[in-house]
Design a protein around this ligand. Structure first.
Ligand code: HEC
Length: 440
């Protein structure tokens, strides 16, 4: 592995780290606490059933630890230990704490999504992110190979990647990954909210993608239930192909950025899935962004034959009397790369009072199968809710769109957007199967 000149590297990294602390300054301890728990679990050999995660990283740990010791300059260690003093861990823990921060935000680049924007919380292993625990070389190769990730190279040095890899190595899923529920979205930014007031709720879906096994859902817990209260409608046993919803609110207690990790725990208290909620407390009533009237919560392209493409245009509006700074507008989610998004206001980085911006969403399937994503936005105003998008690539020649193309009535009402046509069919089938069973 090519080693960067350590002092130089970290010399340039440190001011950025402190600027990050400036922005998210009072939040790291909460994250560290969460992560500390994971680290402890690992060191204890992991909970029963975590064999996958444990064997996964064991071989690398010693090597990575040594390498970290060699590459980290003494002043860096000193500065980092101030941050990581809470965890009072060894150099590896400090490493992974820095990696956790880099996983969430690129150094000095709050507008650009770091790993979390596409992969969500790592415990969800979206797009095999946990493979990154194998070492910085694998991450580096992936960045070179996956075009969506290419932009990351200019912001992250090899030692940054080593820290991220060390962080990923601390994440131990509670069981075989395929038996865990599916959680989306895994990050949501409420944007600005007047201190002391409560936002509209936002919804996170939890699904059991297994056709036969139920998943025991114990609790859903917010790391900050005061600023980010949660409610969920998950049954104790989430049936095969079933889904449930978490509703989250933002209630800023003070001005400035806020964030909390929320976790879905099983009945024995093990973390199944995690997500992150963020927002900013505003001292005065902030501007808000909204989707134009009539925009559904779910945009479904239904079936699109391979080789064809489809577009849909949405309106993003600024109904307030002050301009809104728009930092980001993009598709996130499990199949984000299958969709395209164009919007003139993104290049401008701004939406004037009363103005509207045409956001063009495109889908051109390269493979058959159902895909989904979420249109996610970050601004200095109250953010419009995420719009969920779904589409299915079908083999050409096109089959005439059959019944699922029209959405059930509940789709556009809040929360009803949870069930897409495909899901509904699966759910109905599962319910019918259950009834039959009970009937016997
Ligand atoms: C713009 C979206 C995006 C961002 C940001 C992103 N990734 Fe990825 N990443 C992907 C996609 C898409 C894949 C799946 C590629 C595939 O399977 O072909 C992937 C795959 C991976 C994999 C799996 C590679 C494998 O061998 O299977 C790792 C590890 C990974 N990314 C690490 C990272 C890390 C670390 C970061 C942050 C520094 C990051 N990614 C940021 C989109 C992203």
């Amino acid at each position: 592995m090519k080693r960067q000149p350590a002092a130089f590297d970290h010399g340039s990294g440190m001011p950025m780290l402190s600027s990050r602390q400036g922005r998210f300054g009072y939040r790291p301890p909460r994250n560290l606490v969460g992560r500390g728990l994971q680290v402890k679990r690992r060191e204890a050999g992991g909970p029963p059933g975590s064999a996958v995660g444990a064997t996964f990283h064991a071989a690398d740990m010693a090597g990575r630890y040594k390498q970290a010791m060699r590459t980290l300059a003494a002043p860096v260690l000193l500065a980092l230990s101030a941050v990581a003093a809470l965890t009072a861990g060894a150099a590896r823990a400090q490493d992974s704490a820095r990696g956790a921060a880099l996983y969430r935000a690129l150094p000095g680049q709050p507008a650009l999504g770091s790993c979390i924007s596409c992969h969500g919380e790592p415990i969800n292993n979206r797009n095999s992110i946990l493979r990154g625990a194998a070492g910085p070389e694998l991450i580096s190769k992936t960045i070179a190979a996956v075009s969506a990730m290419g932009f990351l190279r200019q912001y992250l040095s090899d030692s940054d990647l080593a820290d991220i890899s060390a962080y990923l190595a601390t994440i131990v899923p509670a069981g075989p990954l395929e038996s865990l529920p599916d959680l989306w979205p895994t990050t949501d930014d409420f944007g600005a909210q007047l201190v002391g007031t409560q936002s509209a709720p936002r919804t996170v879906l939890i699904r059991n993608l297994q056709p036969r096994e139920a998943i025991a859902v114990g609790t859903v817990r917010s790391a900050d239930p005061v600023a980010f209260p949660l409610q969920h409608d998950c049954p104790i046993s989430l049936p095969p192909l079933g889904q449930c919803r978490i509703s989250a609110w933002f209630r800023p207690q003070a001005a400035g950025p806020a964030g909390a990790v929320f976790a879905v725990l099983d009945s024995s208290g093990r973390t199944l899935r995690e997500g992150a909620l963020t927002g900013a407390g505003a001292p005065e009533l902030p501007a808000t962004l909204a989707w134009s009237a009539g925009t559904p919560e779910l945009i479904d392209f239904a079936q699109v034959p391979l080789g064809q493409s489809m577009q849909r245009t949405l309106g993003l509006v600024n109904p307030s009397s002050i301009p809104v700074g728009l930092t980001r507008l993009r598709v996130t989610g499990p199949n984000a790369s299958r969709f395209t998004l164009q919007a003139p206001c993104v290049a401008a980085g701004r939406l004037e009072p009363g103005a509207s911006c045409a956001v063009t969403l495109g889908f051109a399937p390269s493979a058959a199968g159902r895909v989904e994503g979420w249109i996610d936005l970050v601004s200095d105003a109250g953010n419009a809710p995420l719009v969920r998008i779904a589409a299915a690539g079908v083999a050409a020649p096109a089959q005439p769109p059959s019944s699922p193309a029209s959405m059930p009535a509940g789709e556009s009402s809040s929360g009803g957007g949870a069930v897409s046509a495909g899901w509904l069919v699966l759910l109905l089938a599962a319910v019918a199967a259950l009834r039959r069973k009970r009937g016997r």
